[in-house]
Write a protein that binds this ligand. Structure first.
Ligand SMILES: [Zn+2]
Length: 316
């Protein structure tokens, strides 16, 4: 028997067809179009599912369930996307709509929540009970597991660590507040910070790289730093401080055994993990004899969300 996981992102939606062992048999993607009528969107999701089934010569009856990871506030019990600033959906009864096409159990969850669930069942956080997971991507997603249980909050609207303020009257955030952690610590924020530095120091190695590549991304400042550029080094140092401060806030509240870092920025790998580890060691609460919080790269990378969709069915 088989399951489908759908990870709805701001830009694209990824699908995976799993067998019972949790192996991915088939993959598919479609472009997420924000502002699209949700019924049109669900219709396209249906096509994506059918396409994956057909490619494996399967039919709807072979399916045991469909899980969906969606950004924003997700009411998992009612099956409703309450609010999503990324895909511009409000009060969308997505489970009911999907059930028009598929007569199987359909479960939904917030993407970061499902990513941490996926990591707990299939990835870097196996055998851990207390986990904080952050994704440094377009925004900052946070998923928290305390004593093996996902923290969801009322109507699934909790665990939005990216929208805690780290600077009063700071950069405006898409959520309406100013100075949110994600406005400083996301990949989007790093790109902005890099752009400012490129304009300010046009003769730096950093500016050279940006010119050569014709674009600035989340890697640019790290690349410049690796080449010994003082400007790149300064940008990265400040950015990691933003990441670290927000992360230590979460560590102090939830005291995980392990912190997992995912999202595009985590591709910087072990060197980056070590620096964040040092920051957490130094600044997390608890004096000299505090228990150490392990910082690790999230193993499942972009697949954490779809594995989390499968994990929803293992939770029962
Ligand atoms: Zn915010």
């Amino acid at each position: 028997m088989y399951y489908i996981g759908l990870d709805v992102g701001g830009m694209s939606t990824k699908g995976a067809l799993f067998n019972k062992k949790g192996e991915i048999l088939e993959r598919g993607t479609l472009k997420t179009i924000a502002d699209q009528d949700y019924k049109v969107f669900v219709n396209r999701l249906k096509d994506l599912c059918l396409d994956m089934l057909q490619k494996q010569k399967l039919i709807e009856k072979d399916l045991l369930g469909i899980g969906m990871a969606i950004p924003g506030s997700i009411d998992t019990k009612k099956g409703i996307i309450t609010y999503s600033n990324n895909i511009k959906f409000k009060n969308v009864p997505i489970v009911k709509e999907m059930q028009k096409y598929f007569n199987v159990p359909i479960k939904i969850g917030n993407d970061a929540n499902l990513a941490v669930l996926g990591e707990m069942y299939f990835g870097s956080a196996k055998n851990y009970n207390d986990i904080v997971f952050i994704t440094l991507g377009t925004g900052i997603g946070t998923g928290i597991i305390s004593d093996k249980k996902l923290i969801l909050g009322k109507a699934g609207a909790g665990a939005e660590g990216g929208h805690s303020v780290i600077r009063l009257n700071g950069e405006p955030c898409t959520c309406g507040r100013k100075g949110c952690w994600e406005s400083y610590g996301s990949a989007t924020a790093l790109i902005k910070q890099t752009k400012v530095a490129v304009d300010k120091y046009p003769n730096s190695i950093l500016a050279d790289i940006a010119k050569k590549e014709g674009t600035i991304n989340g890697k640019t400042a790290f690349d410049a730093e690796r080449l010994g550029d003082a400007v790149g080094k300064k940008v990265v140092k400040k950015y990691l401080r933003y990441v670290g401060e927000g992360l230590v806030n979460l560590v102090n509240i939830f005291r995980p055994e392990i912190v997992l870092i995912g999202g595009g920025i985590s591709n910087e790998g072990d060197a980056l993990m070590k620096r964040i580890q040092r920051f957490v060691n130094r600044y997390s609460y608890g004096g000299e004899n505090k228990t150490k919080v392990l910082v690790k790269k999230a193993e499942l990378k972009n697949d954490a969300g779809i594995y989390g969709c499968l994990a929803l069915f293992l939770e029962d």
